[in-house]
Design a protein around this ligand. Structure first.
Ligand code: SF4
Ligand code: SF4
Length: 441
């Protein structure tokens, strides 16, 4: 969550991590964007950026990964961000951001393939380039396979928040998260997690929801909470379009994808467990988002905001794209070696991209009772028709509707508690009282 939004968290809002399928985007800050000593853009919105120093290159071969096909966009490339581009990127990005904290987000592919020295240079240059009085924070999304004590020491010393992908217990994780030799990765990822925890690195666990784990919400959630000791969890639906381009095209999905109904039932199953035992101690991004919506606050997540377009993706060669889900030629804004990223991020093409989320909302969404929380979801998933044949409905609509309706009562109760200055965790008391036999598992 971001400063100024409602959260179940009882401490300062946690930083955001990049995700492999969806991104926890920072809410744009408003104000003046300083481009250089003598150039500024007043009143335009700031933006968040995911940097992909290895492009789409990864050491795993997760069967549902949409990044891998993006390799084809850059035939013959080394897929390594040069030190020269790293300098340009950091200088422009730090120059574009306002506020006391600046978040530098690393994503892939698999960013650790760049090697630790690259990130040592990045952290050091970011500290040298930042404005006086600002604090630089880093986030990295990783599969965790290459982590060792040296990496984790570095993360701890340099304020990195690490997003780690775990899809649940062994059999569910290994269903799709395999290496290049098709071998399971569960043990390596859990080893990475315990190293991160040993070094007290702040970790967000990212769990994709797909055909192999969607039917087991309680099992997945209890595993993450009790075995993985995860305290910050994001659930990301796998909606994998079936086509040969790897772009957001076509309306068929693969058999690995979750259906809307499955995703809704999964979220509801997790919520039912969480609302009895874990409010205020385990933080599930989707529940934070819902609470913010019920409390009429910004959700801080582009997927459930009215418009988007403030979360861009930077490729290894300096190409800037509208969003990490739209790394496609028609959504390439330009290259930061030729044009300052703030100008690209605030240009007409990007504004149109962000506005399209609202402008293309079908009537069914405009009249929907949970629109205030859903806002039609992410445009990448809007490829089915409404009941009256209008295109552009979200493939996950059934699930979003089921979830947001399911949590309406408890969200109202928690909003009411917040209004009275009480912790939302008190919502558990009444529920436990009506279910005296339900003790934490
Ligand atoms: S298309 Fe928009 S809503 Fe979807 S992930 Fe990108 S920025 Fe967020
Ligand atoms: S629940 Fe469905 S109809 Fe309602 S806003 Fe979301 S996508 Fe649209």
């Amino acid at each position: 969550m971001v400063a100024g939004t409602v959260s179940f968290r009882d401490r300062a809002p946690s930083r955001s991590t990049a995700t492999d399928a969806t991104v926890r985007h920072l809410e744009p800050e408003r104000g003046r964007i300083k481009l250089s000593k003598n150039m500024s853009l007043t009143g335009r919105s700031a933006f968040h950026l995911l940097a992909k120093p290895t492009g789409a290159i990864c050491n795993l071969n997760c069967r549902y990964c949409f990044f891998l096909s993006k390799e084809d966009l850059y035939p013959g490339s080394s897929f390594r961000m040069s030190d020269e581009l790293l300098e340009t990127y950091l200088a422009q990005y730090l120059d574009s951001q306002m506020g006391p904290e600046i978040n530098i987000a690393w994503q892939g592919g698999e960013p650790t393939l760049m090697g630790l020295d690259f990130f040592r240079r990045a952290a050091s240059r970011a500290n040298a380039l930042k404005r006086q009085g600002t604090r630089v924070l880093h986030t990295m999304q990783t599969n965790g396979v290459l982590l060792d004590d040296e990496w984790c020491t570095f993360f701890a010393e340099n304020d990195f928040l690490v997003g780690l992908s775990i899809d649940g217990p062994r059999e569910m994780h290994d269903a799709y998260r395999v290496d290049k030799g098709d071998k399971p990765t569960f043990d390596k990822v859990m080893r990475g997690l315990s190293l991160l925890q040993k070094h007290r690195v702040e970790v967000n666990v990212l769990t994709t929801v797909h055909a192999a784990n969607a039917g087991h919400p309680a099992q997945v959630y209890r595993f993450l909470r009790d075995q993985a000791n995860a305290r910050f969890i994001q659930f990301i639906p796998i909606v994998e379009r079936k086509n040969t381009t790897g772009f957001q095209e076509g309306s068929e999905v693969t058999e690995r994808s979750v259906t809307g109904a499955q995703f809704g039932a999964f979220l509801n199953g997790v919520f039912d467990e969480w609302i009895l035992h874990d409010v205020g101690t385990v933080f599930v991004q989707m529940f934070d988002v819902a609470l913010a919506a019920w409390a009429k606050q910004p959700t801080g997540l582009c997927v459930f905001s009215e418009t988007c377009g403030n979360a861009l993706a930077l490729e290894h060669n300096g190409d800037l794209y509208s969003c990490d889900h739209f790394v496609e030629p028609k959504h390439r804004l330009g290259n930061i070696k030729k044009r300052h990223m703030a100008l690209l991020a605030n240009g007409d093409q990007q504004r149109k991209f962000g506005r399209h989320k609202l402008d293309s909302l079908p009537k069914q969404c405009r009249e929907c009772d949970v629109r205030f929380a859903c806002h039609g979801g992410c445009p990448k998933d809007r490829f089915i028709e409404t009941s009256d044949g209008e295109p552009g409905l979200n493939y996950l609509c059934d699930g979003y509707k089921a979830f947001f309706r399911h949590v309406d009562g408890p969200m109202k109760e928690m909003t009411e508690l917040l209004t009275r200055g009480r912790p939302p965790a008190e919502v558990m008391r009444a529920r436990r009282a009506t279910r005296p036999d339900d003790v934490p598992p």
